[in-house]
Write a protein that binds this ligand. Structure first.
Ligand code: ADP
Length: 260
């Protein structure tokens, strides 16, 4: 039961191989254990505030000290809705973090994939009076990826761009090939992200001060799910942004998948 112990690499070649395998297993156990502890801490922290707020307000309604108006009930309802969303998102996060073991790699036309996400958001964009453009690549962009997981990533990034861009704004999505990578990008001219928050937005439950104050209803899980999925593909995800001017999110994925 002592997972802290590591075996010294000694003995015959077979024994050394066995020791290596066990040591790798032990360090994997430790990683999972640390991840679980950190997740529990973050999750408890995230759940505590809205739960306390809902409980106190309901209690006050029962005691007759908080008026049972439609507005107050709606506000409690939307807090509970957000909690339910958070729980669903945590499930997604846990699936995404375990994804590297079960991705379904296939040869995919990435331009078509991004175009299909673009099409699925045209209605939402129109409703919000945002122009949503798709830039056709000038050459075929194919890669070995898990189609559904990358749809999930692009959906998240485009949905964020629409969420954090005010009406009248513009969002552009596109695909490119550079060397042995395919690059998916999404550029908006929305509220942008402050320099010191650029790396933090990929952390789970992180929401920038600006988006918190806008009460977008986000849970801060989407980008951490996206990062886990992209990294499971051996790719990278990042953002460039100027606060107040807009952001460009990009995803780089290896064209061919090599088994790690
Ligand atoms: P959320 O559900 O809160 O949108 P995400 O993990 O998808 O969670 O995003 C984390 C945070 O990053 C958001 O709360 C927001 O503050 C910031 N963010 C993400 N995309 C954008 C964007 N396109 N423009 C400005 N801020 C963004």
């Amino acid at each position: 039961g002592n997972r802290e112990a590591f075996f010294p690499r000694k003995g015959t070649q077979e024994v050394r191989q066995l020791v290596n395998a066990i040591n790798t297993l032990l360090s994997e156990f430790n990683n999972v254990e640390n991840w679980r502890k950190q997740l529990m801490q973050d999750l408890t922290h995230e759940l505590r505030t809205p739960l306390t707020s809902v409980l106190t307000r309901l209690e006050a309604i029962i005691d007759g000290v908080y008026p049972k108006t439609e507005e107050n009930l709606n506000s409690i309802y939307s807090d509970i809705e957000r909690l339910a969303r958070l729980v669903n998102n945590v499930q997604q996060l846990s699936d995404a973090e375990g994804a590297r073991f079960k991705l379904d790699f296939k040869d995919v036309n990435v331009a078509n994939l991004v175009k299909s996400v673009h099409e699925s958001f045209l209605f939402v964009a129109k409703e919000k009076n945002i122009s949503l453009e798709f830039v056709h690549p000038n050459r075929p962009c194919r890669a070995q990826i898990d189609h559904d997981r990358i749809i999930q990533v692009v959906t998240n990034i485009v949905s964020n761009a629409l969420k954090y861009t005010p009406p009248g704004g513009k969002v552009i999505v596109g695909v490119n090939i550079s060397g042995n990578e395919v690059i998916i990008y999404c550029k908006d001219n929305g509220i942008g992200i402050a320099k010191e928050e650029l790396t933090l937005v990929f952390n789970r439950f992180y929401r920038t001060d600006k988006s918190r104050s806008r009460e977008s209803g986000g849970t801060g899980v989407g980008l951490s799910v996206s990062r886990a999925l992209v990294e499971a593909h051996g790719g990278t995800i990042g953002v460039e942004s100027v606060e107040g001017n807009g952001s460009t999110f990009w995803v780089r994925l290896p064209i061919s998948h090599t088994i790690i």
